[in-house]
Design a protein around this ligand. Sequence first.
Ligand code: ADP
Length: 481
Amino acid sequence: MKVLAAASEIYPLVKTGGLADVVGALPPALAALGVETRTLVPGYPAVTARLSRRAKPLAVYGDLFGGKASLKALKAEGLDLIVLEAPHLYDRHGGPYVDPTGIDWPDNFSRFAALARVAADIAAGSLKGFAPDLLHVHDWQAAMAPAYLRLTTASRVPSVVTIHNIAFQGRFPAALFPGLGLPDTAMTVDGVEYYGGVGFLKAGLQFADAITTVSPTYAEEIRTPRFGMGLEGLIGARADRLHGIVNGIDAAEWDPGADRHLAAAFGPRTLAARARNRKAVETRFGLDAGTGPIFCVISRLTWQKGMDILADVLGELVATGGRLALLGSGDAALEATFTAAAAAHPGRVGTVIGYDEGLSHLLQGGADAILIPSRFEPCGLTQLYGLRYGCVPVVSRTGGLADTVIDANEAAVTAGVATGFVHEADSADALRGAIARATRLFGDRAAWSAIQRQGMRADVSWNRSARRYARLYQMLIEGTG
Ligand code: ADP
């Protein structure tokens, strides 16, 4: 089976969040099941730098949304990529979506319409020697592709759109619609029109043959106004096409037994070795030695992640003997809040503002628990890394967090199946309660290490989920999905 994937990020080449991890880890997991994936990605500088000068174009566009473009094959990091080289759209310094000052690129409409347009062309068979059986697009940046495929080609290749986070929808003014090159009839509620404008994710949900999202609970949640963010009606109408498939992790990249970012390797039977990583975390974050738990945060600092709620309960966390090591970046106000918290609680709260992949591994391998108090969380990856690394997740009951962590209530502890602490979302009191429960249990060394080991034994790999994607692909190709 041959699949064309299209996405705006792919680990380890370009990453701003969990999307990249998934797009990078799913192809190797699917390869083991006989599914060959080629992934179309924009030619950002970090991607084109990997291209050999002699790489011959697979195809050329004389004018793709205002400039010349070409497609080049690239094998990198075990991935089979098709790079959309379009310097006028992607060759610039800054992030994939924002300029160096954090403002959205003004031409994101064209940048990602181009990605989708090209994905549809390739899916329809435009490249010699590559006839995909299926098109799988990720998030709004690629979501216009199923619309192009249906409305501008005769191809019957089935398509899947995956929602990694419905908060990001790719909404643009109606005035830009003519630039898409779609028939005028597409600007309707049954087409790409969305609340009077153009909706990229909406278009994907409308035209794809199947919709997936990254956990069963999130699949339920996005059918409600609170989580669906305007798309709940369409998702409800297409509920028979909706599948919740939880993400896995790249088990080679995230292996506590062989992780170059750790001070000491460890496994479920050698948990004592974590002490060296814990020491390294204390040093790196300027934390005093202490007997209470070290909680960590590895996160975008945003409202979604409940970081303002965490800021509200920091006083109690510290007063009950806990310490906090926070790695994150995002909203300027939240960055300032946590920088100030570190100054207010020296030796108890340590803050590193920024993005640091290596340090995120050290935190998972050295902190005692990871706090994820999200208001909503489609899947979440950091709790899965936490499970694998004996860094006990303390999570809100939403989306994939609810699906992957088993709360240490009396029954679960007695049965030996607890893997973390789960609390009601969007509530400072509930978060306080969960931190207090974790702190108390941390005092019981045997009970705590049992929870760590149970988490480490949980299957958080791609095995099961990759099989679900492969089965879905197969059904769509056979016309039974
Ligand atoms: P989201 O995609 O909503 O940001 P996920 O939990 O799905 O949340 O994925 C976040 C990914 O980004 C994880 O791999 C996490 O380790 C990583 N990450 C987030 N913030 C940082 C940071 N400041 N430094 C290093 N890695 C980070």
